[in-house]
Design a protein around this ligand. Structure first.
Ligand code: NDP
Ligand code: OXD
Length: 313
């Protein structure tokens, strides 16, 4: 009998580390990428996908499950031919969560502890103490306290920061304040000193960071975007940085990636740019999850961490 094929649908990447990890965790499955050819489309039962070219997944008539290479699935669902009857599983992995929490805490603390100012003083050999103030006086507002946002929120709370969360539904967690829905967004923003975006990118959240949301923040707030570039209207963000409405921003994701060399964000004095590395998928741990999901699907069960296609996350 033919062995089931797993198609690796990731542009410009042959996926050598994924092939090795899948051989360990699902040895009965044949790993194929587009460079060697996927072979007979009818034998493809599984796909690992990340921003696949439109139409690539739809060519496989017998898919049993699609696995996102990351936590976000916007780049997969952007394909209008995405086969919506096939379960889509996304990454929920402690390593990915830990990496994101490190990124958020790093940039919250660089800002709160005024480290960028001390870096510039050091270049001038300038001994100039500044006061950071207690963490409890700094409110970090996290848009999207899902898997990633809630972990960062808990660790920030444990470091003494005041923490708020904003979500579609109402959540609760000791020592945090929660807001829900568009109606409560202005109140959430009004008390946020450091705004963190960890939302999924959907029709409801596209360009949610724009002039008429940024104006609700206290003047001099700081913005951290580790979610998707599509959450932000970059012209409005630059205007808020230029006017001082925002004191600065740490940006890991951009509307166009790689960030074009002509973008003013590269050289803005109050912007830190990282190249979509806030947290990176680890083939070793994620292949174990995919292997477990394949076994579940083969028993007729749902995969781990299925995406709700109606919500888009
Ligand atoms: P989850 O699905 O676990 O959490 C999403 C959260 O966003 C939920 O709390 C949800 O609220 C909230 N939310 C969704 N839509 C809305 C809305 N319209 N209004 C208000 N709140 C909303 O996602 P993860 O935490 O796992 O991941 C978040 C995102 O982080 C990913 O989608 C991805 O884009 C990004 N990411 C970026 C990485 C990087 O390296 N830069 C790495 C990994 C992920 P509710 O529960 O009420 O529905
Ligand atoms: C993800 C990412 O969504 O790395 O996992 O962006």
């Amino acid at each position: 009998m033919d062995r089931p094929v797993l198609a690796f649908c990731v542009p410009k990447f042959a996926g050598g580390s994924w092939r090795a990890a899948m051989a360990e965790h699902a040895p009965h499955v044949v790993f194929r990428n587009r460079f060697e050819g996927f072979g007979d489309p009818a034998l493809v039962r599984y796909a690992i996908a990340w921003n696949p070219p439109p139409g690539e997944l739809a060519q496989f008539p017998n898919l049993a499950c699609i696995f996102s290479l990351g936590a976000g699935v916007d780049g997969i669902l952007a394909d209008p031919t995405f086969p919506r009857s096939v379960p889509l599983s996304r990454v929920v992995d402690p390593d990915l969560t830990q990496g994101m929490t490190q990124y958020v805490l790093l940039h919250v603390m660089l800002h709160h502890r005024k480290q960028r100012a001390f870096d510039s003083f050091q270049r001038e050999r300038l001994w100039k103490p500044l006061t950071a103030g207690p963490a409890g006086d700094v409110r970090v507002g996290i848009m999207g306290t899902g898997v990633l946002g809630m972990d960062a929120a808990r660790k920030l709370r444990d470091l003494g920061y005041a923490v708020s969360g904003w979500n579609a539904s109402r959540k609760s967690e000791p020592g945090m304040t929660f807001f829900a829905g568009m109606g409560e967004l202005p109140a959430f923003l009004a008390e946020t000193n450091i705004l963190v975006c960890l939302l999924p990118l959907t029709d409801a959240t596209r360009h949610i960071i724009r002039a008429d949301t940024l104006r609700h923040l206290p003047k001099g707030a700081f913005f951290i975007n580790a979610a998707r570039g599509g959450h932000v209207n970059e012209d409005d963000l630059l205007a808020a940085l230029d006017s001082g409405q925002l004191a600065g921003a740490a940006l890991d994701v951009f509307e166009t990636e790689p960030l074009p060399v002509t973008s003013r964000l590269w050289s803005h004095p109050h912007v830190t740019v990282t190249p979509h590395v806030a947290s990176q998928s680890n083939p070793k741990t994620i292949a174990a999850l995919i292997g477990e999901s394949i076994r579940r699907v083969e028993r007729g069960e749902a995969p781990l961490n299925p995406v709700d296609l109606l919500r888009g996350y």
